[in-house]
Design a protein around this ligand. Sequence first.
Ligand code: SF4
Ligand code: F3S
Ligand code: FES
Length: 248
Amino acid sequence: MGYKAKFRVWRGEGGEGRLEDFTVEVNEGEVVLDVIHRLQATQTPDLAVRWNCKAGKCGSCSMEINGKPRLGCMTRMSTFEEDETITVTPLRTFPVIKDLVTDVSFNYQKAREVPSFTPPADVKPGEYRMQQIDVERSQEFRKCIECFMCQNVCHVIRDHEENKPNFSGPRYFIRIAELDMHPYDVADRKEPAQDEHGLGYCNITKCCTEVCPEHIKITDNAIIPMKERVVDRKYDPLVWLGSKIFKR
Ligand code: SF4
Ligand code: F3S
Ligand code: FES
């Protein structure tokens, strides 16, 4: 059965904006993105929203719904009361381009700062032999759809713009952990994780894990093991001695 829902949507650009109220039709089985599309079709043709797959796989339609980061295409209208006002705002951690569309280029910049997979020079493509357990470990991290909701919710940058230059964020900690745990990656991932990507800023609040639509255990399976690896290296007396000798 259809009904009329109350939507409060953030509209604006150039650093200025406001919440606007709408009453809009909702049909059975619809998701928030369907309702936003109906708003575009019937009341606000210029409402900007980013989307692509409508299947929870492209990561484009990230937004904040009632203050929580969500994929618009995967948030069912049936999870709200019919008389509830549903507030839709852009991701707060990134600058707004227009309405619900944010500039997420911070994330692409951070992606470029992680050197790519670096296999040993004497092993040719096709010669890599990995145990299934190693394959599965990295498969979990490769499920990431780059929705950037983990980046959006992490308080280290959400509340502290000034931390952005020194903190790459949870999405890139899983990338670094994936490479560090790869049996054929020979690049040093540990020191850069701490010194360049700001792993030490993370105080394991786990907010990133809670919002991940792919249910990647960002904190338990990537960040905490990576922190342990960094600490092991720093406090292992043999590693410490070796680094002193070879630095001379
Ligand atoms: Fe989104 Fe999860 Fe990837 Fe973060 S790790 S960008 S929350 S899919
Ligand atoms: Fe941020 Fe996740 Fe750490 S939310 S503080 S990166 S556990
Ligand atoms: Fe692709 Fe929502 S439109 S994840």
